[in-house]
Design a protein. Structure first.
Length: 149
């Protein structure tokens, strides 16, 4: 299955505006424009990485759902064939009860698998942003400490 292109992964958002000019126009005193640019670039990289992780995770989730739907159709066809092959109504009822139980158990397992996959995707995407926030706070703490010295 081919990957769907993601236009956000191919855009360099840091080039959307000129940060040194933007800050310079406001003539903000004591602002390290270079440090601000580095932080801004890191923020955009973290957002891009989070977007990429979310996008790839959603693709995996969609692929797995498609596999499960295909498998469900095959299982349904097998069920119909097995019910038709039963000789007596009692055998048909027993077979239907057996298949229903197996089908329910499989459905619960599939739902858990899809839920786990979605949770993993969310965690991976949020992890990029969370790490960047922690890193950004450290940078800010260091910057304030250096300005106070």
């Amino acid at each position: 299955m081919s990957k769907i292109p993601n236009p956000f992964l191919e855009t360099d958002f840091s080039k959307l505006f000129d940060m040194p000019k933007f800050v310079g126009d406001f003539k903000v005193p004591n602002v390290d424009v270079d440090a601000l640019m580095v932080a801004h670039r890191k923020n955009l990289e973290a957002l891009t990485s989070a977007n990429q992780a979310a996008f790839e995770g959603l693709q995996s989730l969609a692929r797995r759902q498609a596999e499960l739907v295909r498998q469900n159709f095959e299982d349904t066809a097998n069920l119909v064939n097995s019910l038709v092959s039963q000789q007596t109504p009692e055998e048909k009822v027993a077979k239907q009860a057996e298949v229903t139980k197996v089908s329910l158990e499989r459905s619960v397992a599939n739902l858990k698998e899809l839920t786990d996959l979605a949770a993993k995707t969310n965690y991976q995407a949020i992890e990029f942003i969370s790490n960047r926030i922690s890193e950004g706070l450290e940078e800010l703490r260091s910057l304030v400490k250096n300005r106070a010295s």
